[in-house]
Structure formats: C-alpha cells, structure tokens
Ligand binder design. Structure first.
Ligand code: C2O
Length: 561
C-alpha cells in the first residue's frame, strides 16, 4: 500500500469566467482543484497551507476516517480552522472504499471554488467488478457566482434573506457553450467509437440538486459514493450536492459531438433558482470534420439532450428506486438507537434589537433551519471532538432529541413552535458498536424540498424512502434489508422521508447535515458523538501535533440572535 504525499496551497488566484476575471480562492492555483488518484488501502498525507485571507479547513467527503476523526475537516466539529499563514497536515488511510469521492473546503462558503475529485481504484492488481473501461473522466458539477461567494453568504447572513442564486453551473469548472464568453473553455471529453468511458460524476454545487444527461447515450450506473451498485441503465442522473455517481458510457452512436448537460432539480416551492444549463462536449475522435486539421469550428454543432423539467420529481423517484447493493448487504437487523429526525426550514421572528434591513426574510423574518427543532450552532473557539476527548465542559450538550418535541405532521398541521427552532450545540451520544436507525423526515415548513443529508465518518444503508408522513407500522414492512444501497449522502424525497441504518463502529464527532450549504448556515445539522470502545482498535487515535486548536470565532455563523 502506497503513501501519497501532497501539498495544497489555499490561495487567491485569477480565474476568468462569464467574461470577468475574479480573484478566486483555489488550491495550488487550480480551479477545480487537483484530482487525487489512489488505490484502496493507500494512505493520503495532505499538507494544507493557508495563504488565503480566510480561515479554511478541508473535508474528505465520504472518507470513513476510521479512528482518524481529527482528519475529517469540518470546522469546529473536528478541528479549529487553519488560520491565514498556518498549515495542517491531514493524514488518513482508505479502508475498503472504492469508487469516487471528493474533497472540499468545510468552512464558510469556500467550497464554492475549493474542491476536487478523490478517485479510489481497487487495490493494486485487483479488477473493477465491471469490464475495465478504456478511459475514465471525472465530471465535477459546480456552481459559479459572478461575485465572491463569501460575500453572497455574508449578505444573506446580514439580511436574514435567502442568498442570491448562482450565475452559472459548471462542468469541471467551465460553464460551457450556452453561457456568455464561455464557449472557448468548454470541457471536451474525447471518446473513440466503440470504447467505453467511466464517468465519475460529482455534484459539487453549493445549493442545488442537479440532473445530468448525455445526448443519445445510455448511462450504466455502477457505483455511487464509493460503493458499488448492481449495474442498471438510465438516461438521466439526479445528484444532490455531495453525491457522486459512477457511470459507464459506450460510444455506440454515429461519430459526432454530443452535449453532456446538467440543470437544476428544484423541488422547493416558490423559491428562486438558477435555471440555466451547463454543458460539456462528448467528442468522438472520428467525428466527421469539414476540414483538416480538425478544429472546433469545423465540427457540426453538438447534439443537445432533453433534460427533465426542473420539478420532475417522478424521474428522481424512479431513478433512486433502481439503487441496489451488488450483493447481500450487512444491514443491521436489530436496532439499539432509533431516531426520528425532522429536516426542514423555519422563520425566526425579527429580534427586537434588530434593524429592519437585517430581517429581510418572508414577512420581516430571518430564515432558519433545524433538525428536531434544534437549529445547530457550531462552537466558536474549540472543536466538539477536542472538547469531548479532553472532557472540556460547556462546549456542547448531549441532549439532541431522538424525536421532535411535538408530533410532526407534514401535511401542514404543524405546531407553530416548529417554525421557530431554538439554537443549540446539541449532540447525540452513541455507544461504540450500537446499531442505529435514523428516519429523516422532510417537514414542509416554509417550503418542502429534497434535502441531501450527509453523514460524516460513515456509509449507511438506505433501507427505504417514500412520500408523506413516515408510518412506522406500515412502512417498516417495506424495508429492504437484503440489498439496499450504501451511501454517505441521501437525497431525502421532497414531502417525504428516508430511513438509514449504520453501525457506530467509528469513534469520533461526526456531523450530519444538509449538503445545501446555506441550510448548514441556517442550522440544518446535528452531531453524533461516538464513544470509544474497548482497547486501541476501538478508540480514536491521539490528535496530531499540528492540529489547529482554540482559535477565535470566524465571522460566518449563520443567524446570530
Ligand atoms: Cu461534503 Cu460536511 O460535507
């Protein structure tokens, strides 16, 4: 097994998009950041040097971090941020995960531009569970703002209103042909007639679930979130932010150019969204050319695929219903800890000492969000993991409720108290090895939407999902305990619910949050603190010597009351 050493310099670099050059926060001057390619069983050592003017941390999205929770990255959960001028080395080993993950900043909205792919191939000498593709191409879907995304968040935090939507979506950092000043940089994915390419699709957008499709080609889904799946074919994917999907595409069409395209899946009612389309070009090498040498202008125009309507929830439902583990899964059948967790927004009354312009949410309120009526507040000068490990009191309380304070009914008969959650830094403690079930229920308060809920430090099985109120008697009989898919991020159906199960075999502090970034700022998060078990193999390793500690508050805290 190899050890891969990398240096990530976080720095402002000029990036030109949509006709304008921006001083953009990047890693090593690259946007998107470097792709890391490793094998299952390898160790990554990444020294992050912060030369930007913001605090930063890097999260290795989906990496299980077995006993290395200090390398997970979310600020104030597992570490204090790396301050400007400082550095921190993340060190962790991939154990048993294969497929596509990614890495991104986990502080403020820096992940708008600070992200990249993390590709995990099978162990040296071991094959894929599908015919080896001729090529592999990471496809990173992103969002681009014409202003500094940090300022977009700052403004939303100041006003309490929803943040501005993005100005473009991107594929591998490029908006593509359909946007102004963008055709030159459009991402081109070459392919030869007859050959197969493995597309590693990642939704790195900040706040938007996305559809993805390729004109005239079938996609064979073989994995998601670095777990293999029983292969199935589809023409369109939907990925919530945070999710990855590996698909095989075979060049079985007449040589030509075909657009790959991504556009919003927007299930929220009456919420503004960016309704533009980003494209890349799948280009057959033998595509007929009117002249030689063949340059772009000589090609025929790429063929545009149809995309589902922005509110096409049926397509999302039938897509996610096809996900199956390739073999019998080790799903816990007995449950020690059963939680019912509401996920949704709220509206806080304007505090009396606030000026009007700070309350520009609907009807003079401020947006908020919660799980079980707790709007999560990060600690501000120490991490939850450090406080837990060192027994430092006063940082968090261990009373995150296993169910909402009042009986929840999604149809709208919801007690007004759930509209105005209380802020708190509440964790839920789990004994090492406990078998956990979490029902995640969309609330339909303020709006209903598809929330991509991500759990750090774990992969979980999605044993069921559905619409309406989760009904324990009726719905438990439909649980798939045979071959449910394993993921690290579940797109909880709009107006619906999803049930996940996992075994708490990784001690540490693990945040579970909505991967729509603005929802984290509003408090749609909680933390599981998993206790050490018996002996070294069931305990978290000691913290690295260079772990950033006890750093002062950053200005980005979401709603302050
Ligand atoms: Cu990909 Cu907590 O994040």
């Amino acid at each position: 097994n190899k050890v891969h050493e990398h240096q990530f310099v976080v720095q402002a670099s000029p990036v030109k998009r949509l006709c304008k050059t921006h001083n953009t926060i990047t890693v090593n001057g690259q946007f998107p950041g470097p792709t890391l390619e490793i094998n299952n069983g390898d160790t990554l050592v990444v020294k992050v040097i912060n030369k930007a003017r913001y605090n930063v941390t890097i999260h290795w999205h989906g990496v299980r971090q077995m006993r290395t929770g200090w390398a997970d990255g979310p600020e104030f959960v597992t570490q204090c941020p790396i301050r400007p001028g400082e550095s921190y080395t993340y060190r962790f080993t991939i154990e048993g995960q294969e497929g596509t993950l990614w890495w991104h900043a986990h502080s403020s909205w820096l992940r708008a531009t600070v992200y990249g792919a993390l590709i995990i191939r099978p162990r040296q000498g071991e094959p894929y569970p599908f015919p080896k593709p001729k090529r592999e191409t990471p496809i990173l879907l992103g969002e681009w703002w014409d202003t500094n995304p940090i300022d977009v968040l700052r403004e939303a935090t100041r006003t309490g209103a929803a943040p501005n939507v993005s100005d473009a979506y991107t594929i591998n950092g490029q908006p593509g042909d359909l946007y102004k000043c963008s055709s030159k940089g459009t991402t081109v994915v070459p392919i030869d007639s007859g050959e197969t390419n493995l597309l590693r699709v990642i939704n790195a957008a900040l706040n938007q679930p996305l559809f993805f499709t390729v004109a005239n080609h079938k996609l064979t889904v073989v994995g998601a979130d670095a777990s293999y799946l029983k292969p199935f074919t589809t023409t369109v994917l939907m990925l919530g932010p945070g999710q990855t999907t590996d698909v095989l595409i075979t060049a079985d069409q007449p040589p030509s150019q075909y657009y790959m395209a991504a556009r919003a899946y927007q299930s929220a009612q009456n919420a503004p969204f960016d309704n533009t389309t980003t494209t890349a070009i799948l280009q057959y090498k033998s595509a007929t050319c009117s002249k030689s040498p063949c340059s772009k202008s000589h090609h025929t125009k790429p063929i545009m695929p149809p995309l589902p309507a922005y509110n096409d929830t049926n397509t999302v439902t039938s897509f996610s219903a096809k996900f199956r583990s390739p073999r019998k899964a080790e799903v816990p059948t007995e449950i020690d800890e059963s939680l019912f967790v509401t996920v949704g927004l709220g509206l806080n009354k304007c505090p009396p000492n606030f000026r009007k312009r700070r309350c520009q949410g609907p009807n003079g309120t401020r947006f908020t969000a919660s799980m079980n009526n707790v709007s999560f507040a990060l600690p501000n000068n120490i991490s939850i993991l450090q406080a837990h490990q060192q027994g430092i009191p006063g940082v968090f309380t261990s009373d995150f409720p296993a169910r909402p304070p009042v009986k929840f009914d999604y149809t709208g008969n919801v007690s007004r108290s759930l509209w105005q959650p209380n802020r708190g830094t509440k964790v839920y403690k789990l004994k090492y090895g406990s078998r956990v079930q979490v029902v995640l229920q969309d609330t339909n308060i303020v709006t209903s939407e598809n929330h991509p809920i991500h759990l750090h430090g774990y992969d979980f099985y999605i044993v069921a999902q559905g619409f309406g109120n989760f009904n324990p008697k009726k719905d438990s009989s439909k649980f798939n305990l045979i071959d449910p898919p394993m993921r690290n991020t579940v797109a909880v159906p709009v107006n619906g619910w999803a049930v996940i199960r996992f075994v708490a075999d990784n001690p540490g502090a693990w945040i579970m949050h909505c991967h729509l970034d603005v929802h984290i700022n509003w408090g749609l998060a909680m933390v599981f603190v998993v206790e050490n078990g018996v002996g070294k193999l069931q305990s978290i390793e000691p913290p690295p010597a260079d772990l950033p500690l006890n750093h002062p508050i950053t200005e980005f805290r979401g709603c302050q009351h």
